[in-house]
Design a protein around this ligand. Structure first.
Ligand code: PMP
Ligand code: GLN
Length: 379
């Protein structure tokens, strides 16, 4: 059969997690929390499953959950959204991103993707017949190089995919990034997919700037989020998409035939759980302590580090210590030091190797401390 995705293999996250498992290594590769969710949330799920909330939910999500999301968006980003016409509950941010891309990209359309980039964007663009235009982020701090983005825009550009807080670098968009993007798409027929799955994981008092909070940008944007990241339940695969009514209409046409609807008891449980804003407002300080613990330990090695601004990832540069390929280093660290990480070259379409590795610090403190002890041998 002629493959529609000839360049796609098994993702690096699966490869490294398997290697970590086989080698008995501490797994700081694939991004998922090493601790459980709040028992209150788990009890709510048990309650709703046992109370018979187990049949199909409405296609767009249960109304009270969409209403709750509208309240949350008003509180967090000062934006009023219509729960019926602008909020859709989906089966994870991956589905939101896939459905949004499928809804807007026609064969031959160009889509700008900033690299390094999360691995699910390009296959979705390709399946829609789009052409990915890769634009590198600044090589020093992973900020957006707006001159480069401007040069990449043509009359064929249909969509820009952005991600803040950024995986893998942790870069968090500043006001000037919002301004640059809004200037760029103003008066142009360009849409935006904004991957904001780490919206509640930012550090050092840095606010997350959601595109839904920007009066101009929100008119062209699909904001994609995930409850998996915020509430330590990545296996639940439940998220949302916020987009203006005319975009939501097209989005739902795709969502309707990708999954139709999303797990019913999880929607009821998360709806109740979101009643208390402190449940997500406490997340930044929770993760900031872990970021600091891990960073301070890693600073004892000769790796070059910049404190991550957001997400639960810390990147480290090693090019001044060794010329070994990042993939090989990740493999050797897993097998010899028994700590697994992700080679950042996996986030580039051409596997550009800047000698950077990524660690996930969403783990129990004890596990992070043990990993740091093992990484001490890097010196
Ligand atoms: N985007 C980014 C940047 C991610 O790191 C992830 C996490 N896997 C996703 C999207 C997908 O989120 P979900 O698990 O909700 O599909
Ligand atoms: N987002 C996770 C990461 O970056 C991986 C999720 C997955 O395995 N698809 O590590």
């Amino acid at each position: 059969m002629r493959s529609k995705l000839p360049q796609v293999g098994t993702t690096i996250f699966t490869v490294m997690s398997k290697m970590a498992h086989d080698e008995g290594a501490i797994n700081l590769s694939q991004g998922y929390p090493g601790f459980g969710a709040d028992p209150v949330l788990l009890d709510l799920v048990a309650h709703y499953t046992k109370s018979g909330y187990n049949q199909y939910a409405p296609m767009s999500g249960i109304p009270q959950f969409r209403q709750r999301m509208a309240e949350k968006i008003l509180r967090c980003y000062g934006a009023e959204v219509n729960p019926d016409e602008e909020v859709t509950i989906v089966s994870g941010a991956t589905e939101a991103i896939f459905s949004a891309i499928t809804a807007v990209v026609h064969p031959g359309d160009e889509v700008v993707v900033l690299e390094p980039a999360y691995d699910s964007y390009e296959p979705a663009i390709q399946l829609a017949g789009g052409i990915t235009i890769h634009v590198p982020l600044d090589s020093k701090d992973f900020s957006v190089d707006w001159e480069r983005v401007k040069h990449a825009i043509t009359y064929k550009t249909k969509l820009i995919v952005i991600n803040t807080p950024h995986n893998p670098s942790g870069y968090v968009w500043a006001e000037q990034d919002m301004k640059q993007l809004s200037d760029l798409v103003r008066d142009r027929n360009i849409y935006v997919v904004s991957d904001e799955v780490y919206e509640h994981i930012t550090f050092d008092q840095r606010p997350h700037l959601s595109l839904v909070g920007h009066p101009e940008l929100r008119k062209k944007t699909f904001v994609c989020g995930s409850f998996g990241k915020t509430f330590h339940v990545t296996g639940w695969k439940i998220g949302y998409c916020i987009a203006p009514p005319e975009l939501t209409k097209e989005f739902r046409k795709v969502h309707q035939f990708v999954t139709f609807s999303t797990v019913t008891p999880l929607q009821f449980a998360l709806c109740d759980y979101l009643e208390k804003p402190e449940r997500y407002e406490s997340i930044p300080s929770f993760y900031e302590k872990k970021r600091d613990l891990f960073l301070q330990g890693l600073q004892k090695t000769d790796l070059i580090l910049e404190p991550t601004q957001g997400s639960f990832f810390q990147t480290a540069r090693y090019g001044h210590l060794s010329k070994i390929e990042d993939k090989e280093l990740a493999e050797r660290m897993t097998k010899e030091l028994k700590v697994a990480c992700i080679p950042v070259s996996a986030f580039y379409h051409d596997h550009q190797d800047d000698k950077i590795i990524r660690f996930c610090f969403a783990k129990e403190d004890q596990e992070l401390e043990e990993a740091l002890k093992r990484l001490d041998r890097l010196n």
